[in-house]
Design a binder for this molecule. Structure first.
Ligand SMILES: NC(=O)c1ccc[n+]([C@@H]2O[C@H](COP(=O)([O-])OP(=O)(O)OC[C@H]3O[C@@H](n4cnc5c(N)ncnc54)[C@H](O)[C@@H]3O)[C@@H](O)[C@H]2O)c1
Ligand SMILES: Nc1nc(=O)c(N)c(NC[C@H](O)[C@H](O)[C@H](O)COP(=O)(O)O)[nH]1
Length: 223
């Protein structure tokens, strides 16, 4: 499976404010670029923190659906994936509507009752891990379900875990021209943080979009 992480951050590395409310960092051109990455993916993954903060839909806009999906020979929307150990995704979340398949990666900590409620609400529930979701196991199950190309949209906890699990092939960061600040605001990679064996990246491209810049990287050690 090929994994591409895409996110938008402020100049000081924040994905949103300390209140964890959705913050529009990208402009129109960058949202179009994000849509093209979604269109090329078999599935788009976020953490439950992002679901609770943003209630995202994770589908394509009309243009991307028309041009990109058809060009890739796969009409319709990519599947949606939530990393959600205990099943906190609200049953009326937009991500659970019938616009596309939605996989919920939960752990054994999600009760059987909660798993059933979520599958009744339309989710394909996959159990991976004991306490937290085990991303290697979870993405392995997604690969078996036919996901060859996965886009990770955040947030910072899940992006860190994807790097820690060693599954990231490519990183694209849009750096918007604003300062957010706040020691408790989510950043591109939160979690515990690395003390050694930092993921090393190779800069593969830079592009000016809107009033910001897109930085593209490959991850060293991934073929
Ligand atoms: N600017 C952007 O590009 C962008 C993208 C996405 C989200 N956001 C913002 O990020 C914030 C949400 O990010 P976040 O970091 O709080 O949450 P997140 O979306 O990264 O979800 C993290 C949660 O997922 C669950 N989880 C289960 N297993 C896990 C595992 N193995 N590793 C990590 N998490 C696991 C935990 O409950 C954890 O708290 C919101 O404010 C949202 O608006 C911004
Ligand atoms: N690229 C990008 N730029 C931003 O400025 C921003 N706030 C996000 N945030 C990503 C997060 O995952 C959002 O929840 C989805 O972008 C919402 O997706 P929908 O429009 O509901 O499909 N992403």
């Amino acid at each position: 499976m090929y994994v591409v992480v895409n996110a938008a951050q402020s100049v000081d590395g924040k994905l949103s404010t300390r209140r964890r409310e959705q913050l529009r960092i990208s402009g129109e051109e960058d949202f179009d670029r994000m849509d093209r990455i979604r269109a090329a993916a078999d599935a788009v993954l976020v953490g439950v923190g992002t679901v609770l903060a943003d209630d995202p839909h994770l589908t394509l806009d009309e243009e991307a659906r028309r041009v990109e999906r058809l060009r890739n020979g796969r009409p319709g929307d990519p599947a949606r994936v939530v990393v959600d150990s205990t099943g906190r995704t609200p049953t009326d979340a937009r991500i659970l509507d019938d616009a596309a398949t939605t996989y919920l990666l939960v752990s054994a900590a999600a009760t059987p009752e909660r798993r059933e409620e979520l599958s009744d609400a339309g989710a394909e529930v996959i159990v991976a891990g004991e306490e937290r979701v085990d991303l290697l196991e979870g993405t392995g199950a997604l690969a078996e379900a036919g996901v060859d190309r996965l886009m990770v949209e955040g947030g910072g906890e899940v992006i860190y875990s994807c790097f820690a699990a060693g599954i990231v092939d490519e990183l694209q960061v849009y750096v918007g021209s604003l300062v957010v600040g706040g020691r408790d605001a989510p950043t591109l990679a939160d979690g515990e943080g690395f003390l050694e064996e930092f993921p090393r990246l190779e800069l593969t491209g830079t592009e000016r979009l809107d009033d910001g810049i897109v930085l593209s990287y490959g991850v060293e050690g991934r073929a």
